[in-house]
Design a binder for this molecule. Structure first.
Ligand code: ZN
Length: 366
């Protein structure tokens, strides 16, 4: 059975979808131009006005934004947000600072630039994330085992925790609550912190299956080898846990694991992984569907392009370019044409799952 959370949006004809996207794009550009000194200068320097953007294609008139450029502006302006903050700082419900700063030359930074979100944005992000978790087959009442979740002793975790809020979001949308194990009630999705740092803690997780099957395991790419090692040490498998969904988060900008690597993971876990591509700098979140025919973008919320690294020009259809994203709904620290390091091509044909939104095919993807 297909898990489609927002069928009206996810199955919308491409024509309707492009119209919806364009309306949001035009609104977003006016908003950003009016409130962000960083972007208004960028428009002025390029000699264009918001009214010059009349189609998705017109976006090429605006040069791409890179993390390096934002760093330079931070230094010049002595402003952590580099002139991108469009709300008052005390309106922010959530702030994200790169854990390693500056992160430009780091291998796997969580994010590169400072960001903020107001409450309304967190709500939008939650809906987006819930859509993708649904897509991967996670439902109300399911138990997720996660390395990314905060400690399970924390029932009241703080909103500025770097890792908790996306899961907290799914919690709100999928009627999920992060609770202490004893407080678990029927019909509540539970997220457990995954303690893979010690064999004993890992064993504890496996003991949990006495209470409930662990429907989903959610891991960062970097944690996969250790998880496999722990399974081997204890002589257990995901089958023992009753796990049906393996969600792996690729947040490192360097590219999705190769087909061979994915196959290796599938063999070790006994489940084919789902890929989550999450780019916090631009509040981007995307995932595969059960067809695994690319990574589904939510195009009602983002405009994605594949662009040439130097010029920011769009590459020809079917060719590889740098994944470049415009967020269509951010209010606090919006991002227009954010060029990442990820080499991708875009597939706009309707997916066999029925979703009409474009899919990202990273280089090295099967
Ligand atoms: Zn699909």
């Amino acid at each position: 059975m297909m898990n489609i959370r927002d069928p009206r949006i996810e199955l919308m004809s491409r024509e309707e979808l492009r119209e919806l996207q364009l309306r949001r794009l035009i609104r977003q550009i006016k908003y950003v131009y009016a409130l962000s000194p960083f972007y208004s200068r960028k428009f002025d320097k390029a000699g264009i006005k918001p009214s010059d953007i009349k189609s998705q294609q017109d976006m090429v008139k605006l040069p791409v934004t890179t993390a390096r450029e934002i760093y330079e502006e931070m230094e010049r302006s002595d402003d952590a947000f580099a002139g991108r903050l469009c709300v008052l700082e005390d309106e922010l419900a959530y702030k994200l600072r790169p854990a390693e700063f500056p992160a430009l030359d780091r291998q796997f930074p969580e994010c590169y630039v400072f960001q903020g979100k107001i409450l309304a944005e967190i709500d939008r992000m939650n809906k987006l994330i819930a859509r993708h978790w649904f897509m991967m087959g996670v439902n109300r009442g399911d138990v997720i085992l996660s390395k990314e979740a905060p400690c399970w002793e924390n029932t009241n975790f703080s909103i500025d925790s770097q890792v908790s809020w996306p899961l907290r979001g799914v919690g709100g949308e999928l009627d999920l609550t992060m609770l202490h194990m004893e407080a678990m009630s029927e019909g509540t999705m539970l997220i457990l912190e995954l303690g893979i740092d010690s064999k004993e803690r890992f064993q504890y997780i496996f003991n949990f299956k006495a209470y409930s099957p662990i429907h989903c395991i959610f891991l960062h790419t970097a944690d996969v080898p250790l998880f496999i090692q722990r399974m081997k040490e204890l002589g257990v498998t995901t089958k023992d846990l009753g796990t049906e969904v393996l969600a792996i988060r690729y947040a490192d900008y360097t590219g999705v694991e190769s087909h061979e690597k994915r196959k290796e993971i599938a063999d070790e876990f006994g489940i084919e992984p789902y890929c989550i591509l999450d780019i916090p700098d631009v509040a981007f979140y995307s995932s595969e569907c059960p067809e695994r025919s690319g990574i589904h973008v939510s195009e009602d919320m983002f405009l994605v392009e594949a662009t040439a690294p130097e010029t920011g020009e769009r590459v020809k259809a079917g060719e590889f370019g740098k994944l470049t994203i415009t967020n269509l709904w951010a209010e606090a620290t919006p991002m227009l044409r954010y060029q990442t390091e990820l080499d991708v091509k875009l597939e706009e044909e309707t997916c066999p799952c029925g979703r009409t939104h474009a899919r990202i095919i990273p280089q090295g993807y099967k």
